[in-house]
Design a protein around this ligand. Sequence first.
Ligand code: AMP
Length: 506
Amino acid sequence: MCGIAGIVSHSPVNQDLFDALTVLQHRGQDAAGIITMDGSRLFLRKAMGLVRDVFYTDEHMARLRGNCGIGHVRYPTAGVSTSAEAQPLYTNTPFGISLAHNGNLTNTEALKADLYAEDRRHINTDSDSEVLLNIFAHELGELAGTRLVPTDVFEAVAGLHRRARGAYACVAMITGYGIVGFRDPNGIRPVVYGRRKSEAGWDYMIASESVALDVLGFDLVSDIKPGEAVYITLDGQIHVRQCAANPEHAPCIFEHVYLARPDSVIDDIYVYKARLRMGEKLADKILRDWPDHDIDVVIPIPDTSRVAGAELAVRLGVTYREGFIKNRYIGRTFIMPGQAQRKKSVRQKLNPVDIEFKGKNVLLVDDSIVRGTTSQEIIQMAREAGARKVYFASAAPPVRFPNVYGIDMPTSTELIAHGRDHGELERLLGADRVIYQDLQDLIDAVQEGNPDIARFDCSVFDGQYVTQDIGPDYLSQLELFRSDAAKEARRSAGQSVIELHNAATG
Ligand code: AMP
């Protein structure tokens, strides 16, 4: 997952884009970039690191001139961590197009081959976003005359929908014209747009999450609907059109579990309220399956599980306490390469308040259990802090399958719940009892916010991939490519990602 933003304004956008990306920082801490447009000139800065580390001088900001631009924060994807693949990406033909992408294409290799053989376009990185940019550029180039009209943009997005598979929430900037936001026909990743009144007229913004609009003083107009494109021209005209033949909304449920900020609204669903309901449903499950429970205190694993944890405690009628204090100056543990580093950093990140644990039966609540390393470590910490019994609840069901739509989930074999039954999980995690949310309860918790959404992508829980193009071959390729072992082999062999991937695909 990544974060994207694009703005067409009546004043310089550099600070606004910086602020927007900072608000979206939780969606990616690996690399950041902004490209702006002033007349026919483009100004780009992108590099590895947090937004504040990439744009750390006034000069960096001052160079990003113009009233229109797009930006990106990148999540570290499978072992590919170079600044060449930081976004926005750029291609000069036609017009000069830059693109920021959140998601992951699932037919990248086939598209890459087509681009070369048929469209005579070369892809120089291993990034599916570069493929996406070139498909869009090619489609646009085939259509547009010397002057671009809105229909060209929509036809190009329609052409892209016909060719690309997978998840893509994007914002592109077309030099001299404006920005266009679009979302795949399943609307897997979120993207919204909004507007802000300025003295000179309306400013428009496209962003991954509504929280970025809020913070910059924009009002949410709408989500970009699955398959839809929103084209905003430099003179402030907005054009919206459905570009997919058969859009079928199936947004990623994991956005609500973990990825999105709780103060965002996605597809009319308040993430915060969805998490509250996850807590309620989890409490109901405990009351149902374990009516004589002996839980003394509910303790969340900060930060994501706080909302669900607090509500769970209220529903159970049990005390809620912040028993773990988080060092907020340390990165998310999940993103550190290699198991050993991940383990160590859990302890650096969280420290227990012993008095909340001593002699008590504690119910720890997390949003999800992925590899299980965090949970194992935390359960151990709770015991060392003096807990009598340690129970562990997950606001999401067991994560059993990898994600192919842009979340850097480990491979199946690295997921603690993959192929394991409940008893084994309890033993492995080292808890006295483990309570997982039921999938239907999770779906209900989210769907209640917008009953019009008939289906969610729950593939990490049930292995059903909404794009229907994911088979065992794809997953075993992914296994080869993403596992810690494969990443380590790549690192130590100094082999480029492209070489390894080519070797894997033959
Ligand atoms: P673990 O079970 O050790 O893999 O850690 C699970 C924790 O990682 C949960 O508390 C989540 O908050 C967090 N988490 C879940 N999915 C991701 C992800 N894709 N990237 C980073 N952190 C995640």
